[in-house]
Design a protein around this ligand. Sequence first.
Ligand code: ADP
Ligand code: TRP
Length: 330
Amino acid sequence: MSDKIVLTGIKPTGMPHLGNYIGALKPLIERAREYKTFMFIADLHALNSVHDAAQIKQHTYEIAAMMIALGLDLNNAVLFRQSDIDEIYQLNTLLSNVTPKGLMNRAHSYKAAMDKNIAAGLDTDAGVNMGLYTYPILMTADILMYNSDIVPVGADQKQHVEFARDIAGYFNNTYGEIFKMPEPVIGADTGLIPGLDGRKMSKSYDNTIALFAPEKELKKKIMRIITDSKTPEESKDPDTSTIYQLYKHFATGAEIAEFAEMFRAGGMGYGTAKTILFEKINSVLAEPRAEYERLMANPGEIDEILARGAARARAVARETMARVKKAMLG
Ligand code: ADP
Ligand code: TRP
């Protein structure tokens, strides 16, 4: 057990897909067995784009239930809802006073919004609220609040973690060594999991399989995976097959070798291969999916787990805020 602290936030924007699961969630859960982990549902970060409370609440339950069902170790991991910790709004306000406006102007997400407006002939800031503009300050508050050493994020979030380092630096230069320097950790294999059409599985390509899709939907999606037109008799290359690429992440070493051999030997049609893939994924996910469904039917249980997490997170947040307020306000 390392004494380093890992922290990550997951935005409540709907059920993750198998690519997110293999590329991000599974490694997080594995890491949480070894490291003290703060894992929160970043509902405040959803607010700049989602203005429907019921939707945010529902998606927050979904992410929490999913992490619990996937076996997140709730002793090492503090699982909580970002908005439950009042100190986060406070730190956000205080940090805004050492954050240069120019840093926010350089944020990729803000620049992307501006570029879109310019391309559409609109005012550069059309539709941009301050929640979007100052998103990196709130994220910095999350990271610095819990004394994080390691922040695992997708490549698109790396800049935000770098901003957190910059802001921690500005703060420490002004007020003394109050904050630790967090390190971003980017999953090396992003884009590894192909989607139904063979391109990277991604929300933007509409080629995803939802992690806890009901059995029938899972089967239907797998049967829709695009293949080449080889006949059952022909030998097939597993390495270029989406079916095999997905199978690899759910099966054991011996099963993977056997499946590859069946591709190469010929005699197995793609329909059969898809059925084998479906049965494998379904058998691995059936138990967590049932637990997910049970939790979603018992939101009181999720509330209790989140409340316990919030109490643990709050204890750390109070200590941090005491230090920060003393440094800034005396
Ligand atoms: P999407 O492309 O569907 O919008 P996100 O960008 O929200 O997915 O992905 C969140 C995280 O999930 C990424 O940082 C990455 O680690 C992981 N991930 C997403 N898609 C894949 C994929 N196809 N293969 C492996 N990992 C993925
Ligand atoms: N902004 C992250 C995302 O969109 C979610 C997030 C919020 C986060 N606060 C964080 C991630 C702190 C890591 C650390 O995915």
